[in-house]
Design a protein around this ligand. Sequence first.
Ligand SMILES: NC(=O)c1ccc[n+]([C@@H]2O[C@H](COP(=O)([O-])OP(=O)(O)OC[C@H]3O[C@@H](n4cnc5c(N)ncnc54)[C@H](OP(=O)(O)O)[C@@H]3O)[C@@H](O)[C@H]2O)c1
Length: 277
Amino acid sequence: MKVTSLLLSTIASASAFSSFTGRPVSVSPTVSSTTLCMKTIAVFGASGLTSSECVYQALKNGDNVIGLTRNPSNLKIPAGSGGDKAGESLSDEKLTMIAGDVTNPADVAKVFEAGKVDGVIVGLGGKTSDVGETMLTDGTKVIMEEMKKNDVKRIAVITSIGAGDSKDQAPFFFKVLMATAMKKIFNDKNNQEEAVRNSGLEYCIVRPGGLTVEPPTGIVNVIDGQAGSIPRADVAEFCLDAINMEDFPYIGKSPCISSVGGTGWTKDRSKAARGEM
Ligand SMILES: NC(=O)c1ccc[n+]([C@@H]2O[C@H](COP(=O)([O-])OP(=O)(O)OC[C@H]3O[C@@H](n4cnc5c(N)ncnc54)[C@H](OP(=O)(O)O)[C@@H]3O)[C@@H](O)[C@H]2O)c1
């Protein structure tokens, strides 16, 4: 069953925005959109700062979540959306956490055995010294293989501003890091992105600017210039939209996103947009 529930609209002035973080790529104003009737979302790297936002927000939306991470006990209510409960342990009857390594196919298979997965979010990360030089690429390939075996089509993968063909969208200081301290991480991210692009899946590669743990702004700008910062909570909402909305406009694309400055993407939260009067 499909439920029409969202409208996309562009607001605010692009010119005011472009002087700060770059030029927003606008989505068509007032495009009617269709939301998949989502039941179960798999989140890889579920205890991470951005992934825990995905988990928390999905649960708040009433969805089931299956999360995989090496250390599930690290999962906490996130700072951005969690309000006064931030930092407390996160448990819910609709949440299944699996302890495992994403590069191990048997561990990843457990996620797909735990429920009929409708969409996947990959929020993996970590220092190379902890996770290794190829974890992102290897793990994401394992996930995508399992998706195909289980006929799961939709995936949102969080990489970074500066990855792939967005190299010139990174701020200068970040470009320096990408060429030095973060060289191995970016090599892994570039290979991860390439694997996703070649997967044949309905993918959205989500490239955020600098991540914060601030409360959600509700604003996500898709930018083709230099990107600024964005709360992890907003990244999470964008990822959830990417797997929930059948006609999400960035499927097969790799948008750079930021919340700083004007507005390029916003949800219409009115009753009318939810089909209610
Ligand atoms: N920091 C920034 O400003 C910024 C900007 C743009 C993009 N990004 C990117 O955005 C992504 C998310 O960042 P974040 O800060 O939210 O991530 P994070 O807090 O570092 O979380 C990463 C998650 O990956 C899990 N993980 C690592 N290795 C794993 C493995 N082998 N198997 C299973 N799970 C594994 C970790 O859990 P366990 O350790 O328990 O396994 C953790 O839950 C990262 O790719 C990051 O590079 C960051």
